[in-house]
Design a protein around this ligand. Sequence first.
Ligand SMILES: O=C[C@H](O)[C@H](O)COP(=O)(O)O
Ligand SMILES: C=C(OP(=O)(O)O)C(=O)O
Length: 471
Amino acid sequence: MNTAALPHEPPRSAVAARGGPGIDVPSAALAEGLDHFRALPALQQPVWPDAAALAEVTGRLAQAAPLVVPGDCDSLRGRLAAAGRGEAFVLQGGDCAEIFAEASATRIRNKIRTLLQMAVVLTHGASTPVVKIGRLAGQYAKPRSSDVETRDGVTLPAYRGDMINGFAFTPEARTPDPGRLEQAYRISAATANVVRAFTTGGYADLRQVHEWNRGFMRNPAYARYERTANEIDRAIRFMEACGADFDALRTVELFLSHEALVLDYERALTRVDARTGQAYDTSAHFLWIGERTRQLDGAHVDFLSRVANPVGVKLGPTTSPEDALALAARLNPGNVPGRLTFVTRMGAGRVRDVLPALVEKVTAAGVAVTWVTDPMHGNTITSATGYKTRRFADVLDEVQGFFEVHRALGTVPGGLHMELTGDDVTEVLGGSEEIDEAGLALRYETLVDPRLNHQQSLETAFLVAEMLQAR
Ligand SMILES: O=C[C@H](O)[C@H](O)COP(=O)(O)O
Ligand SMILES: C=C(OP(=O)(O)O)C(=O)O
């Protein structure tokens, strides 16, 4: 991978001297650029009550071990470039907001299993390699529509994710606590460790396709998955009988991602790769900028323009082609394939109207970008019973619209970005289980946005595999 054209590439001497080859803290010269965001407007940041406590925590994080290594970020950039060319497909998914108390091995395994099953369905259905990225091991901060929440006449700061404050509606829990940044780091490290164990230790072995479905056999999506698994099994046995070596099937690549929202955290985890002198945000392989924080002259765009990770930007229905082109120029001035992913989230009702002009102009300008659809965030509604929810049919319709637009323009629909969980929650209306408004109450667990449950996720994968076949 040629990284020479990545933004703000510092000279080799910018690497702090003490570490030699390896991953090091940025030198003073490089730190100056990385800290430039502090002079810019930064939306959606917590108001930390104690600056000294924040400085202490971020000082410790700045010395802590990286959660990911630059070489793996570079590998992901290559995979995303392939998806941008139509040679692979991105599957990015996980919780809306991870919760500290739910970082158990079982819950993490359930999420990994869901992603693996979806990837199998997509790969098998469309003969396309799938680039798997979890919203995992760091998705602990949320942008909110309102800074405050009022209940029974009492107004407190809104819950902004476990990295910032607690969900309980008390002044103590809702006050931002910098100690939570360190907790987020530790729990992310433990999560990443469990992810590695499951993805390299045999659990993800493709010969386990049936095992992943155990306990889930009673409905149409699982029966259909079972048929896919049988076909994969037969193909593997045939190839084994022919003498093929299947060691490569034992492990899978699962990359980590989250929204780069809390810049104090992201900056503290930024290190320099001594191989190249480039800065990487080592909190995750892939970081994205949200729809609410993508201002061209804002802190988030400035900060991510200075790290070499592959990055994404969410683009909502008000995005103009000029906005998209300007973001590409800031975030990927070298036009390096795989560096920039646009995650469009237009809403099912608007995707067919708004997306074409965006894709057309970006393509005409020769901008290298991987297009991914997020069919969740433009389709949020409130049920009559007061739950924040989404209709499964709207989610699928936006994906369908995304594929239609790209097909009409001859461009590449490169991937899917989903809020999902491995558990049987009831947060999204519809699907073959036909969750209705009354059913939402049965197991509504998310603290912010509704997620597809395990079965709805699998159903999505089968339908997207059909769309991909047509691609
Ligand atoms: O996940 C996205 C946002 O954080 C979320 O939709 C904001 O939700 P709110 O409107 O409930 O604040
Ligand atoms: C907040 C999110 O999305 P968006 O920025 O698109 O609203 C999200 O993906 O969690």
